[in-house]
Ligand binder design. Structure first.
Ligand code: ATP
Ligand code: LTN
Length: 348
Protein backbone atom coordinates (compact mmCIF):
# COMPACT_ATOMS: atom_id res chain seq x y z
CA UNK A 1 0.00 0.00 0.00
CA UNK A 2 2.71 2.48 1.05
CA UNK A 3 4.55 1.47 -2.16
CA UNK A 4 2.05 3.45 -4.19
CA UNK A 5 2.86 6.71 -2.45
CA UNK A 6 6.59 6.21 -2.74
CA UNK A 7 7.18 6.17 -6.41
CA UNK A 8 7.24 9.76 -7.57
CA UNK A 9 6.55 8.64 -11.14
CA UNK A 10 3.06 7.48 -10.14
CA UNK A 11 1.97 11.02 -9.33
CA UNK A 12 0.43 12.97 -12.16
CA UNK A 13 2.61 16.00 -11.32
CA UNK A 14 6.15 15.92 -10.02
CA UNK A 15 6.53 17.02 -6.43
CA UNK A 16 9.03 19.76 -5.68
CA UNK A 17 10.57 20.66 -2.34
CA UNK A 18 12.99 23.48 -1.71
CA UNK A 19 14.08 25.74 1.12
CA UNK A 20 15.59 29.14 1.78
CA UNK A 21 17.13 30.51 4.96
CA UNK A 22 15.75 33.61 6.69
CA UNK A 23 19.28 34.47 7.76
CA UNK A 24 19.64 37.84 6.01
CA UNK A 25 18.20 39.85 3.16
CA UNK A 26 17.31 37.87 0.04
CA UNK A 27 19.57 38.80 -2.87
CA UNK A 28 19.78 38.46 -6.63
CA UNK A 29 21.73 35.17 -6.32
CA UNK A 30 18.93 33.55 -4.31
CA UNK A 31 16.38 34.88 -6.76
CA UNK A 32 18.09 33.85 -10.00
CA UNK A 33 19.58 30.62 -8.64
CA UNK A 34 16.42 29.33 -7.01
CA UNK A 35 13.27 31.40 -6.50
CA UNK A 36 12.70 32.55 -10.09
CA UNK A 37 12.72 28.90 -11.23
CA UNK A 38 10.28 27.92 -8.44
CA UNK A 39 7.89 30.59 -9.67
CA UNK A 40 8.26 29.70 -13.34
CA UNK A 41 7.56 26.00 -12.84
CA UNK A 42 4.91 26.23 -10.12
CA UNK A 43 2.05 25.56 -12.56
CA UNK A 44 3.47 22.21 -13.69
CA UNK A 45 4.41 20.86 -10.28
CA UNK A 46 3.09 20.08 -6.82
CA UNK A 47 5.11 22.53 -4.74
CA UNK A 48 6.41 22.69 -1.17
CA UNK A 49 8.62 25.65 -0.25
CA UNK A 50 10.02 26.08 3.20
CA UNK A 51 11.53 29.01 5.10
CA UNK A 52 14.18 27.10 6.99
CA UNK A 53 14.48 28.93 10.30
CA UNK A 54 15.87 25.80 11.99
CA UNK A 55 18.74 25.81 9.50
CA UNK A 56 19.34 29.52 10.12
CA UNK A 57 20.06 28.92 13.85
CA UNK A 58 22.97 26.59 13.06
CA UNK A 59 25.02 29.81 13.19
CA UNK A 60 24.38 32.60 15.73
CA UNK A 61 21.33 34.80 15.02
CA UNK A 62 19.76 37.73 16.84
CA UNK A 63 16.33 36.43 17.95
CA UNK A 64 14.33 39.59 17.15
CA UNK A 65 15.99 39.96 13.76
CA UNK A 66 15.42 36.30 12.89
CA UNK A 67 11.71 36.60 13.68
CA UNK A 68 11.44 39.75 11.56
CA UNK A 69 13.44 38.25 8.66
CA UNK A 70 11.26 35.12 8.65
CA UNK A 71 8.12 37.18 8.07
CA UNK A 72 9.86 39.47 5.62
CA UNK A 73 11.12 36.49 3.58
CA UNK A 74 7.61 35.02 3.45
CA UNK A 75 6.30 38.31 2.06
CA UNK A 76 9.19 38.44 -0.41
CA UNK A 77 8.51 34.92 -1.71
CA UNK A 78 4.83 35.67 -2.28
CA UNK A 79 5.82 39.00 -3.86
CA UNK A 80 8.27 37.23 -6.18
CA UNK A 81 5.32 35.29 -7.53
CA UNK A 82 4.71 32.14 -5.46
CA UNK A 83 0.97 31.63 -5.63
CA UNK A 84 -0.58 30.23 -2.42
CA UNK A 85 -3.12 28.38 -4.58
CA UNK A 86 -0.33 26.47 -6.30
CA UNK A 87 2.32 26.26 -3.56
CA UNK A 88 2.50 25.27 0.05
CA UNK A 89 4.79 27.89 1.60
CA UNK A 90 5.53 27.35 5.28
CA UNK A 91 7.99 27.97 8.08
CA UNK A 92 10.06 24.88 8.96
CA UNK A 93 9.82 25.48 12.71
CA UNK A 94 6.00 25.41 12.51
CA UNK A 95 6.00 21.76 11.42
CA UNK A 96 7.46 19.49 14.12
CA UNK A 97 8.00 16.54 11.76
CA UNK A 98 11.17 18.23 10.41
CA UNK A 99 13.04 18.16 13.72
CA UNK A 100 11.80 14.67 14.55
CA UNK A 101 12.62 13.38 11.08
CA UNK A 102 16.13 14.78 11.33
CA UNK A 103 16.69 12.85 14.57
CA UNK A 104 15.54 9.59 12.99
CA UNK A 105 17.75 10.12 9.93
CA UNK A 106 20.70 11.07 12.18
CA UNK A 107 20.62 7.53 13.44
CA UNK A 108 21.24 6.07 9.98
CA UNK A 109 23.75 8.67 8.75
CA UNK A 110 27.46 7.88 9.16
CA UNK A 111 29.35 10.79 10.75
CA UNK A 112 31.99 10.68 8.01
CA UNK A 113 29.39 11.67 5.40
CA UNK A 114 28.79 14.95 7.24
CA UNK A 115 32.44 15.73 7.90
CA UNK A 116 33.06 15.66 4.14
CA UNK A 117 30.53 18.40 3.29
CA UNK A 118 32.33 21.37 1.74
CA UNK A 119 29.84 23.95 3.07
CA UNK A 120 30.43 22.64 6.61
CA UNK A 121 34.18 22.95 6.16
CA UNK A 122 33.83 26.52 4.83
CA UNK A 123 31.31 27.71 7.40
CA UNK A 124 32.99 26.04 10.39
CA UNK A 125 36.31 27.65 9.44
CA UNK A 126 34.60 31.06 9.79
CA UNK A 127 33.06 30.36 13.25
CA UNK A 128 34.83 30.72 16.55
CA UNK A 129 32.70 28.00 18.07
CA UNK A 130 31.00 25.43 15.84
CA UNK A 131 27.59 24.07 16.87
CA UNK A 132 26.63 20.43 16.47
CA UNK A 133 23.71 21.79 14.42
CA UNK A 134 26.07 23.15 11.77
CA UNK A 135 27.52 19.68 11.21
CA UNK A 136 24.06 18.13 11.27
CA UNK A 137 22.56 20.73 8.91
CA UNK A 138 22.47 18.42 5.84
CA UNK A 139 20.56 15.73 7.77
CA UNK A 140 17.84 18.26 8.65
CA UNK A 141 17.80 19.21 4.97
CA UNK A 142 17.46 15.53 4.01
CA UNK A 143 14.53 15.22 6.42
CA UNK A 144 12.89 18.29 4.82
CA UNK A 145 13.07 16.69 1.39
CA UNK A 146 12.40 13.04 2.21
CA UNK A 147 9.38 13.69 4.44
CA UNK A 148 7.55 14.98 1.35
CA UNK A 149 8.68 12.23 -1.05
CA UNK A 150 9.92 15.05 -3.27
CA UNK A 151 10.96 14.11 -6.81
CA UNK A 152 12.83 17.34 -7.50
CA UNK A 153 14.85 19.78 -5.43
CA UNK A 154 15.50 23.05 -7.29
CA UNK A 155 18.55 24.77 -5.79
CA UNK A 156 21.62 26.80 -6.72
CA UNK A 157 24.89 25.00 -7.48
CA UNK A 158 26.16 25.39 -3.88
CA UNK A 159 23.46 23.05 -2.54
CA UNK A 160 24.05 20.17 -4.96
CA UNK A 161 26.28 18.26 -2.54
CA UNK A 162 23.60 18.46 0.17
CA UNK A 163 20.92 17.10 -2.17
CA UNK A 164 23.27 14.28 -3.12
CA UNK A 165 23.67 13.49 0.57
CA UNK A 166 19.85 13.37 0.91
CA UNK A 167 19.87 10.83 -1.95
CA UNK A 168 22.52 8.74 -0.17
CA UNK A 169 20.52 8.81 3.08
CA UNK A 170 17.31 7.81 1.23
CA UNK A 171 19.08 4.91 -0.46
CA UNK A 172 20.70 3.74 2.75
CA UNK A 173 17.38 3.85 4.62
CA UNK A 174 15.58 2.01 1.78
CA UNK A 175 18.31 -0.63 1.87
CA UNK A 176 18.17 -1.05 5.66
CA UNK A 177 14.39 -0.92 6.19
CA UNK A 178 12.77 -1.54 2.81
CA UNK A 179 11.46 0.92 0.19
CA UNK A 180 10.40 4.04 2.09
CA UNK A 181 11.71 7.15 0.34
CA UNK A 182 11.66 8.61 -3.14
CA UNK A 183 15.28 9.30 -4.14
CA UNK A 184 15.18 13.02 -5.08
CA UNK A 185 16.91 14.72 -8.01
CA UNK A 186 18.68 18.07 -7.70
CA UNK A 187 17.49 20.57 -10.31
CA UNK A 188 20.10 23.24 -11.03
CA UNK A 189 19.28 26.05 -13.49
CA UNK A 190 21.59 26.35 -16.51
CA UNK A 191 21.96 30.09 -15.94
CA UNK A 192 21.96 31.90 -12.61
CA UNK A 193 22.98 28.78 -10.64
CA UNK A 194 26.03 30.61 -9.33
CA UNK A 195 25.74 34.36 -9.33
CA UNK A 196 29.08 35.79 -8.24
CA UNK A 197 29.82 38.75 -5.98
CA UNK A 198 29.85 42.05 -7.88
CA UNK A 199 32.86 43.27 -5.92
CA UNK A 200 34.68 39.96 -6.35
CA UNK A 201 33.57 37.65 -9.17
CA UNK A 202 35.60 34.74 -7.79
CA UNK A 203 33.24 34.18 -4.82
CA UNK A 204 29.52 33.40 -4.92
CA UNK A 205 27.18 36.27 -4.10
CA UNK A 206 26.35 35.58 -0.48
CA UNK A 207 24.48 37.00 2.49
CA UNK A 208 27.66 36.40 4.49
CA UNK A 209 29.42 39.16 2.52
CA UNK A 210 26.36 41.44 2.22
CA UNK A 211 27.97 43.97 4.57
CA UNK A 212 30.71 44.61 1.99
CA UNK A 213 29.59 47.58 -0.10
CA UNK A 214 28.82 46.61 -3.69
CA UNK A 215 28.91 42.83 -3.11
CA UNK A 216 25.21 42.00 -3.45
CA UNK A 217 22.09 43.34 -5.08
CA UNK A 218 19.42 42.95 -2.38
CA UNK A 219 15.84 42.41 -3.50
CA UNK A 220 14.88 45.39 -1.35
CA UNK A 221 17.62 47.80 -2.43
CA UNK A 222 16.45 51.11 -3.86
CA UNK A 223 16.87 51.21 -7.67
CA UNK A 224 19.63 53.81 -7.29
CA UNK A 225 21.53 51.48 -4.98
CA UNK A 226 21.13 48.55 -7.40
CA UNK A 227 22.45 50.72 -10.24
CA UNK A 228 25.37 51.88 -8.13
CA UNK A 229 26.41 48.32 -7.19
CA UNK A 230 26.16 47.08 -10.77
CA UNK A 231 27.99 50.09 -12.25
CA UNK A 232 30.81 49.53 -9.76
CA UNK A 233 31.08 45.79 -10.51
CA UNK A 234 34.65 44.58 -10.87
CA UNK A 235 35.60 43.69 -14.48
CA UNK A 236 38.87 43.26 -16.40
CA UNK A 237 40.57 45.87 -18.55
CA UNK A 238 39.36 44.53 -21.92
CA UNK A 239 36.19 45.43 -23.74
CA UNK A 240 34.94 42.29 -25.47
CA UNK A 241 31.43 41.38 -24.27
CA UNK A 242 31.26 37.60 -24.58
CA UNK A 243 30.58 34.62 -22.30
CA UNK A 244 33.88 33.09 -21.27
CA UNK A 245 35.39 30.59 -18.84
CA UNK A 246 38.56 32.62 -18.50
CA UNK A 247 38.96 33.43 -14.77
CA UNK A 248 40.38 36.83 -15.80
CA UNK A 249 37.03 37.66 -17.40
CA UNK A 250 34.84 36.35 -14.57
CA UNK A 251 33.32 39.79 -13.90
CA UNK A 252 31.98 40.26 -17.44
CA UNK A 253 30.86 36.64 -17.55
CA UNK A 254 28.92 37.18 -14.32
CA UNK A 255 27.20 40.33 -15.65
CA UNK A 256 26.26 38.55 -18.88
CA UNK A 257 25.00 35.58 -16.85
CA UNK A 258 22.79 37.89 -14.79
CA UNK A 259 21.50 39.49 -18.00
CA UNK A 260 20.76 36.06 -19.47
CA UNK A 261 19.01 34.76 -16.33
CA UNK A 262 16.84 37.88 -16.03
CA UNK A 263 15.87 38.18 -19.70
CA UNK A 264 15.60 34.45 -20.47
CA UNK A 265 17.49 35.01 -23.75
CA UNK A 266 19.97 32.54 -25.28
CA UNK A 267 23.73 33.14 -25.00
CA UNK A 268 23.86 34.14 -28.66
CA UNK A 269 20.99 36.61 -28.27
CA UNK A 270 22.67 38.15 -25.24
CA UNK A 271 25.98 38.59 -27.05
CA UNK A 272 24.13 40.05 -30.07
CA UNK A 273 22.45 42.60 -27.79
CA UNK A 274 25.91 43.97 -26.99
CA UNK A 275 27.43 43.69 -30.46
CA UNK A 276 27.64 47.46 -30.84
CA UNK A 277 28.25 48.32 -27.19
CA UNK A 278 31.12 50.73 -26.65
CA UNK A 279 32.52 48.97 -23.61
CA UNK A 280 31.73 47.48 -20.23
CA UNK A 281 29.98 50.69 -19.16
CA UNK A 282 27.21 49.98 -21.69
CA UNK A 283 26.93 46.38 -20.49
CA UNK A 284 26.61 47.46 -16.85
CA UNK A 285 24.01 50.09 -17.67
CA UNK A 286 21.85 47.59 -19.55
CA UNK A 287 22.22 44.93 -16.83
CA UNK A 288 21.19 47.49 -14.21
CA UNK A 289 18.12 48.41 -16.30
CA UNK A 290 16.87 44.84 -16.66
CA UNK A 291 17.55 44.04 -12.99
CA UNK A 292 15.71 47.16 -11.79
CA UNK A 293 12.79 46.45 -14.15
CA UNK A 294 12.54 42.87 -12.87
CA UNK A 295 12.80 43.70 -9.16
CA UNK A 296 10.75 46.91 -8.92
CA UNK A 297 7.29 45.27 -9.18
CA UNK A 298 8.42 42.63 -6.66
CA UNK A 299 9.36 45.37 -4.18
CA UNK A 300 6.01 47.03 -4.66
CA UNK A 301 4.07 43.80 -3.98
CA UNK A 302 6.33 43.17 -0.99
CA UNK A 303 5.38 46.53 0.52
CA UNK A 304 1.67 45.73 0.14
CA UNK A 305 2.06 42.31 1.77
CA UNK A 306 4.07 43.68 4.69
CA UNK A 307 1.31 46.20 5.31
CA UNK A 308 -1.12 43.36 6.12
CA UNK A 309 0.54 41.16 8.77
CA UNK A 310 -2.67 39.31 9.65
CA UNK A 311 -3.02 38.09 6.05
CA UNK A 312 0.61 36.96 5.98
CA UNK A 313 0.12 35.01 9.22
CA UNK A 314 -3.05 33.45 7.81
CA UNK A 315 -1.23 32.26 4.67
CA UNK A 316 1.64 30.81 6.73
CA UNK A 317 -0.79 29.02 9.05
CA UNK A 318 -2.49 27.39 6.04
CA UNK A 319 0.94 26.44 4.67
CA UNK A 320 1.95 24.78 7.95
CA UNK A 321 -1.31 22.85 8.09
CA UNK A 322 -0.91 21.56 4.54
CA UNK A 323 2.73 20.62 5.15
CA UNK A 324 1.88 18.78 8.37
CA UNK A 325 -0.86 16.80 6.60
CA UNK A 326 1.79 15.33 4.26
CA UNK A 327 4.76 15.00 6.60
CA UNK A 328 3.07 13.64 9.75
CA UNK A 329 1.98 10.29 8.19
CA UNK A 330 5.39 9.95 6.54
CA UNK A 331 7.07 10.46 9.92
CA UNK A 332 4.97 7.66 11.37
CA UNK A 333 5.95 5.41 8.47
CA UNK A 334 9.64 6.09 9.16
CA UNK A 335 9.22 5.43 12.89
CA UNK A 336 7.32 2.23 12.24
CA UNK A 337 9.97 0.96 9.80
CA UNK A 338 12.65 1.64 12.42
CA UNK A 339 10.77 -0.32 15.06
CA UNK A 340 9.30 2.53 17.08
CA UNK A 341 5.74 2.30 18.25
CA UNK A 342 3.43 4.83 16.66
CA UNK A 343 0.10 6.18 17.90
CA UNK A 344 -2.87 3.91 17.38
CA UNK A 345 -5.02 5.21 14.57
CA UNK A 346 -2.02 5.98 12.34
CA UNK A 347 -2.91 3.01 10.14
CA UNK A 348 0.40 1.20 10.75
P1 ATP B 1 23.93 32.83 1.22
O1 ATP B 1 25.16 32.14 0.80
O2 ATP B 1 23.58 33.96 0.34
O3 ATP B 1 23.97 33.17 2.67
P2 ATP B 1 22.74 30.38 1.36
O4 ATP B 1 23.29 29.57 0.22
O5 ATP B 1 23.43 30.18 2.66
O6 ATP B 1 22.70 31.88 0.99
P3 ATP B 1 19.85 30.30 1.18
O7 ATP B 1 19.57 31.73 1.37
O8 ATP B 1 18.99 29.39 1.95
O9 ATP B 1 21.31 29.91 1.61
O10 ATP B 1 19.75 29.94 -0.36
C1 ATP B 1 18.53 29.86 -1.01
C2 ATP B 1 18.76 29.37 -2.40
O11 ATP B 1 19.56 30.32 -3.12
C3 ATP B 1 19.51 28.04 -2.49
O12 ATP B 1 18.89 27.22 -3.46
C4 ATP B 1 20.90 28.42 -2.91
O13 ATP B 1 21.51 27.39 -3.65
C5 ATP B 1 20.61 29.64 -3.78
N1 ATP B 1 21.76 30.55 -3.84
C6 ATP B 1 22.39 31.15 -2.81
N2 ATP B 1 23.36 31.96 -3.26
C7 ATP B 1 23.37 31.85 -4.62
C8 ATP B 1 24.16 32.45 -5.67
N3 ATP B 1 25.13 33.31 -5.42
N4 ATP B 1 23.87 32.11 -6.94
C9 ATP B 1 22.86 31.24 -7.22
N5 ATP B 1 22.09 30.65 -6.28
C10 ATP B 1 22.33 30.94 -5.00
N1 LTN C 1 20.40 24.41 2.80
C1 LTN C 1 19.66 25.21 1.87
C2 LTN C 1 18.27 25.50 2.33
C3 LTN C 1 17.43 24.28 2.50
C4 LTN C 1 16.92 23.46 1.47
C5 LTN C 1 16.19 22.41 2.13
C6 LTN C 1 16.99 23.50 0.08
C7 LTN C 1 17.04 23.74 3.68
N2 LTN C 1 16.27 22.62 3.46
C8 LTN C 1 15.55 21.42 1.41
C9 LTN C 1 16.34 22.49 -0.62
C10 LTN C 1 15.65 21.46 0.03
C11 LTN C 1 20.42 26.49 1.62
O1 LTN C 1 21.09 26.99 2.42
N3 LTN C 1 20.25 27.06 0.51
Amino acid sequence: MAEQVKSGSQRSRKRVFSGIQPSGDMHLGNYLGAVKGWVQRQHERENFFCIVDLHAITVPQKPDELREQTRSLAAMLFAAGLDPKLCTLFVQGHVAAHSEGAWLLNCVTPLGWLERMTQYKDKSAKQESVSTGLLDYPVLMAADILLYDADEVPVGEDQKQHVELARDIAQRFNHLYGETFVVPEPVIPDTGARVMGLDNPTVKMSKTFAHIRGHVVRMLDEPKEMERSIMRAVTDSGKEIRFSNDPERAGVNNLLGIYKAVTGKSKQECENDFADARGYGDLKKRVAEVVVAELTPIRERYDELMADPAELDRLLAIGAEQAAAVSAPKLNEIKHKMGLTVPTGSGL
